[in-house]
Every structure is written in structure tokens, then in C-alpha cells.
Design a protein around this ligand. Structure first.
Ligand code: KG4
Ligand code: ZN
Length: 351
């Protein structure tokens, strides 16, 4: 079947047309079109996503993107219902419901987090998708979420733990802002970390040795801030940077801090994921979410899996950050299981 998918949970407006075949044991996908319109340039000047600006842009872009898809030949509509920014989510849900009425098609509500986790099912061009071995540990690292989950099959999973405070992508973005880097911070930190020394600063690895699978990253963020303060780049009292002092952070320090910070985050994620594979007898690990674009994280998890004789699977690069193709995948799986989320924007929807 052909699935028209719509994603507007945050700052990307995306519509995709995906051909889906197969059953739950072997679902297969062919991305016919995946148009992603990023609003980064608009939100950049605010240092983060402004919900009402996102809503305005989605409203403007959705009809344009649908026109670009250029066909009414689809069998099912899949739309993100949450989690995300509520005003942004509503634009997609409303648009999808209108299309469903106009073309008399069935519609399915999709959980954005499931979609990130299933994004490894989208093959790179001309490549056959890998077959995931179960049981598996899923690692979801995005701007809003950090979740470890144990999967006994594609559709049977248990959430093991999540972050108590900042999500991994969020902490990349916040540390980037402290370093005067632009939004979104993750790719910037990764770029600068390449020329930095990951051992330059001995930053904490929060909760790395604690039992359970919860995470906490706000302490790590504060450590970076204190380090900058102690070196004179932030005020001692309110910790607020002066615009002049921020500009003065030398490149070498930014590179070393980026590398040290990134390696602390990766150590925590890899250690906990590996502990989970051990406890649950997993045969594989798969990664999803915007931070899955981070090559250092992919490489570290891959190497840890290889050392432990596990399969490692991650999405091809174009499907890490928000996109509608992954919404089609989750929509198809929901279609096969017969489970759809209500067509109501739900900003707090969880896994
Ligand atoms: O999944 P996503 O597109 O949106 C959410 O569902 O949250 O993730 C966006 C997050 C941002 O915080 C961004 O900084 C981070 O993913 N990100 C990265 C990289 N690319 C995007 N973080 C680290 N390294 C990257 N290369
Ligand atoms: Zn996302």
C-alpha cells in the first residue's frame, strides 16, 4: 500500500509518500518521496524553537509540500499526534483529517517516538534493509527524549528508563548555546569535537554506574557551565554570560569542551545500553532520534556491539532527524497491528 505521512511535531514540516509491503515479521518500505522543510533558519535567531512561529510555518508549508508530493494516489494517511509542541502537532493533525475527508481515505495517528525507533527500517537507496535480531535494545536519543527500551519483537517492547531531566539532544543544544554556537547545537558540537581532546576535561558521567536505566544530563550541563565560569567566561553570581565575554571563548577551549562533553554523553549511553543487552539477553542494539546522526555515538555503539558479538543497526543518515518517512513506517506497523492513536494532538504522549 502507499502511505501518505505527515509530520509537524516540532520545527520540520515534512510529508512523505512511502510504499509499504510485507507483514510484521518482514515489513518492507520504499520511500517514494520524503520532503522535509526545515524551519531552523527562522528559529535560529531565538536560540530554540518558538511554538507559535512553528505553527505559522507549518500552516504555510503543508499545502505547498502536499502539492510537491503531486499525487492523490495513496491508500492510507499517517500523521504524528504526539509528543511534540501542541500548536505544531495540531496543524498536521487538522491537515491530515481534512485530506482524509477530501479523498475518502483511512487515517492513522502515529506516536513520533515509535517512528524514531522504527526509522532503521527505512533502507538507504538501493540497499536491502537489515533484518533485526530479537530480543533487541532500542536507544532513542532526540531533542525531547532519551529512552532505553527492550524489544522482544518489533511491536512488543518495554520501556526500561528515560531521562529525569534534559534529553540528550536538548543538552547538546544547551551546551552549544553556552559555547556561543548556533542552534541546533548537536551538529555544531560534533563538528568542533572532531578537533578537540575528549580527555581535556574530566566531566562527570551522571548515573553511569547506578542500577536501572534512567538518565540525567542536567548535572553534566552545569559542570560545563562551572568550568566556563571558573575560566572567566561567565559571571560568578547569576552565571549569566555577558555578550562580550561569550565571544571570547577561544576556539581550542570550545573544541576541547565539545569533545569532552560529547565523550561523557556517549560513555553513559553506551554503558547503559550494553548493560541492558546483558540483562535482557539481547542480540542486537538499534538507535533512533536526531542524535543518532552523531557519528561518534554511532561508532562507539557499533564498536561496543562488535566487542560483545551483537548486531548494531542505525537509520541511514537522512532519517535520523524529524521526517515523515518514519511516520509512514510507524503508521504501517500500526495498521498491521490494528492499533491507532486518537487523532488528537497529545504533546505528552509517551512510548
Ligand atoms: O529527533 P529530532 O530531529 O527532534 C526531536 O524529536 O526532538 O532531534 C533533534 C535533536 C536536536 O537536539 C539536535 O541538536 C540533535 O537532535 N542532533 C544532534 C546531531 N544532529 C542533530 N546531536 C548530536 N549530534 C548530531 N550530529
Ligand atoms: Zn523527533
Amino acid at each position: 500500500m502507499k502511505i501518505l505521512a505527515i509530520e509537524t511535531s516540532c520545527d520540520e514540516t515534512s510529508i512523505a509518500l512511502v510504499e509499504a509491503t510485507g507483514d510484521l515479521n518482514e515489513p518492507k518500505f520504499k520511500v517514494l518521496k520524503n520532503i522535509v522543510h526545515s524551519q531552523i533558519e527562522i528559529h535560529k535567531e531565538w536560540g530554540g524553537v518558538v511554538p507559535n512561529l512553528a505553527k505559522r510555518e507549518h500552516l504555510k508549508n503543508l499545502p505547498i509540500l502536499f502539492k510537491e508530493i503531486g499525487t492523490e494516489d495513496f491508500d492510507l494517511i499517517a500523521v504524528t499526534v504526539g509528543p511534540g509542541l501542541e500548536p505544531a502537532l495540531w496543524t498536521g493533525v487538522t491537515f491530515a483529517v481534512e485530506l482524509a475527508q477530501r479523498f475518502n481515505k483511512p487515517i492513522i495517528g502515529v506516536n513520533h517516538l515509535e517512528a524514531h525507533l522504527y526509522s532503521f527500517l527505512l533502507p538507504e537507496k538501493d540497499k536491502t534493509p537489515v533484518e533485526l535480531k530479537f530480543p533487541a535494545i532500542g536507544v532513542l536519543v532526540s531533542g525531547g527524549h532519551t529512552i532505553l527500551a527492550s524489544f522482544t519483537s518489533l511491536t512488543e517492547f518495554e520501556k526500561l528508563g528515560e531521562t529525569r531531566d534534559d534529553a540528550v539532544g536538548e543538552v547538546f543544544d544547551k551546551v552549544a548555546r553556552m559555547l556561543n554556537l548556533s542552534y541546533p547545537g548537536g551538529p555544531e558540537i560534533e563538528r568542533l569535537a572532531k578537533d578537540g581532546d575528549p580527555k581535556a576535561f574530566d566531566l562527570p558521567r551522571p548515573m553511569i554506574n547506578e542500577s536501572g536505566y534512567e538518565f540525567s544530563f542536567s548535572g553534566l550541563k552545569t559542570s560545563v557551565l562551572y568550568l566556563l565560569r571558573d575560566q572567566g567566561y561567565y559571571n560568578a553570581d547569576g552565571l549569566k554570560p555577558t555578550s562580550e565575554s561569550k565571544k571570547d571563548i577561544p576556539l581550542k577551549l570550545v573544541q576541547d569542551l565539545s569533545a569532552s562533553f560529547q565523550s561523557a554523553v556517549i560513555d553513559v549511553l553506551v554503558k547503559k545500553a550494553m548493560r541492558a543487552t546483558n540483562e535482557f539477553g539481547a542480540m542486537s542494539v538499534f538507535l533512533g532520534g536526531g542524535v543518532a546522526a552523531n557519528q561518534a555515538l554511532r561508532q562507539a555503539l557499533k564498536e561496543a556491539c562488535e566487542r560483545n558479538g551483537l548486531q548494531f543497526v542505525c537509520p541511514s543518515m537522512e532519517f535520523n532527524t524529524d521526517n515523515a518517512a518514519m511516520i509512514a513506517v510507524a503508521g504501517y506497523i500500526s495498521h498491521l497491528t490494528g492499533h491507532s492513536h486518537p487523532l488528537i494532538a497529545n504533546s505528552n504522549l509517551s512510548l
